[in-house]
Design a protein around this ligand. Sequence first.
Ligand code: ARG
Ligand code: ZN
Length: 883
Amino acid sequence: MDISKDMTAAPRTIRRDDYTPPPFLIDTVDLVVELFADSAKVVSRMAVRRNPAAVAKPADLVLDGKKMDLLSVSLDGRAAAHEATPETLAIRAVPDRFTLEIATRLRPQDNAELTGLYKSRDIFCTQCEAEGFRRITYFLDRPDVMARYTTRITAEKSLAPVLLSNGNLVERGELDGGRHFAVWEDPFPKPSYLFALVAGPLDCLEDRFTTRSGREVTLRIYVRPGDVPRCDHAMESLKKSMKWDEDVYGLEYDLDTFMIVAIDDFNMGAMENKGLNVFNSKLVLANPETATDLDYHSIEAVIAHEYFHNWTGNRVTCRDWFQLSLKEGLTVLRDQQFSADMGSAADARIDDVRRLRAAQFPEDAGPMAHPVRPDSYIEINNFYTATVYQKGAEVVRMMHTLLGPERFRKGMDLYFQRHDGQAVTCDDFANAMEDASGVDLAQFRLWYAQAGTPDLKVEGRYDAAARRYTMTVDQSLRRTPGQPDKKPMHIPLSVGLLDGAGRDLPLKLAGEAAAGGTTRVLDVRNPRDVFVFEDVPEKPVASLLRGFSAPVKLQAPRSEEELTFLMAHDSDPFARWEAGQQLGARLILDMVAARKAGKPMVVPDLFVDAIRRTLDDQRLDRSFIADAVTLPGLAFLGELMPEIDIEGMWAAQQRVRGVLSQQLADRWSSVYDANHGSGPYRFSPEEVGRRRLRSTALSYLSTDKGEAARRRAVEYFENAKNMTEQVAGLGVLAELGGAEGDAALGAFHERWKGEPLVLDKWFGIQARTPTGDTLQRVKQLVDHPSYDRKNPNRVYSLIGAFASGNPVQFHAGGGAGYRFLADQVLATDRFNPQVAARLLAPLGSWRRYDAGRQTLMKRELARIVAEKGLSRDVFEIASKSLD
Ligand code: ARG
Ligand code: ZN
């Protein structure tokens, strides 16, 4: 008889509709945290009172808590009747208002989940979002309980010379026995998920920022001793972010210090704790020798993101975790706007859309599809998703599009005016936008509620006699798990019409007195909408979904000639890039079909000509050219196929690359030579564009894998003047394989084996190599002395990169990749469920593949679900994936 089943009750589902206000409130929390080499003792003294807005009046106060030893509980100074379970602590029959003091003991050095209080090397640090605070002390660990915190930290001075927490440092001093203490006071009430504590041997880079109302803010970036010289870019990014938020949104910083700490072992990117942001070190440390342009860019964007949370997230926070996109979607939009202002707006938008299509569209089409505001979850950590973040940002961006910048800003002002200091909902945000602008967002709110990517079909008809152009728009939304029936959405569709010379025509919709502008946002609201443009002098070419005005899949029966015309002429740079992607995708999918039917794969001259013209266009900047000559990725292409044909897509994509490589060989050579560059590294849009274009040319020049290509790639790699070039060269050489590839990988490892962040790149490049026996190599790398299964960056750079970033190899080999991934998920789940659950995602897309692969992928999911002692994190994803 198997009794183990009875012990593992199915995890509970939490539902949005079950929300009730907290029965108690906690006004102040005084924490005393004593840190020792092998444990930490936490005493929490809380001022608790009944919530006047509560619906129920329970006798007991039930607190959240897990994985701690409870040392003592006292209420108003006397022992209190209480009862602990593995995840709660009930205090019996409490009065209306009281002081509660709880002592707990924890073992940070054994905490491999990296949530709550843990150690990264010799640094104590915390991660409390979403539910980590309950691993530090018993608490009402929910975002609508906001308290003022005072934190006293003590530690041995030699072990932890630096002691940090939220807010302002109010006291510090020496204690007996080589110990010292610091007291931090945060004047702003905050939810527990924003609590942070850091202690350890840290150096810091210090700078200042004066806010526009004259507040002097001290800025400090804390890193491991020796890393201070790698903090300049992060500091510059922070100051730019602070200035930008004042200029664009009128939002100023509100404390006297702003601190960032870089940590090597961190489950995700970074965390916006009040006044004390904690970052994954890969998003802080940079110099030209060790960080790529992409790293520089990510650092700038994430520093901005976390800083912007100070208003969108901290000053106004979420009522409950279903509202996560209230802060994340809005803050991602803000960091996207910031990135657009720091460099080329067109490149920034192309980047946003690429990421959305590669990560969010597949999610919306898979078993974990959920609305931007989810209705239920088993484990909240599984909902820090591309849907909540990236699609959430698109939803706020659509409001921006519908309202226009001025009214959007008014809406933001009203939002802060109404809700500063509160924990609110996505509806509150939409209400503020609606009330400030007078724009009706009733139907628009469906974007928060309905999962799935809408399909939009657009057809145009020109009536020469009536000089009229009629656009018919059909929308539909496929069913997603738990949502069989969908309502039509309110979709802002931005369009333009081009004349035969490629110029924008003035647009006049039927019923309007005069033409107004050359780009119009059409309100699509019904299953079918018809828009009539008048006084159209000639048959136009329609430019659709300018700026990617809505996160939809657009289908429009445009000829290849029309797409190449838009590629050459569209005044909207996004639409111009998009026309090339659509053309490339159509071509590749045609080739896949031909290959399947046993016919030859042909690359039409028209496409080659269009790419040639793009390369020759002197008006375009280099980044845009690099974007435009890069073929659509496999994730995006796969979404366009009823059944994903990995081999077909890969073969077709390689064929197109080969043809472009050959037929435009002279162009790639001259682009490669002309963009050599000189002088010291600069992270400027021009220089980044130059490096990107040059490495793109190198990669085209390497497709034939010939002798000349090998020699050129080796030369490029060996003469690399910065990490951007080294990584680009190494990627090409790894794909070329052979002696050159092995030599380069060996040299790179030898040079960088002492730099964890650079080593991650070394693992990642090998895991993403689409050629050769990659799985075999990845398996060997798991046993490599430089591999560290406890370090999330390392795990993501090897296992994650292989499973999510190398579809060709992951899906090859009769299921060996699937089996390997499942083994890794199960092994990781024993100590870090969050990381394990993230690795698992690619198996969930089994429905999108052929029957053979479906069986193999499902088998691994079933094996995972059957495992005893599975975490809630992995259980939720694996079981929902099988549903
Ligand atoms: N709030 C953080 C951010 O800025 C991310 C926190 C992620 N937490 C988690 N449990 N996955 O995006
Ligand atoms: Zn965030």
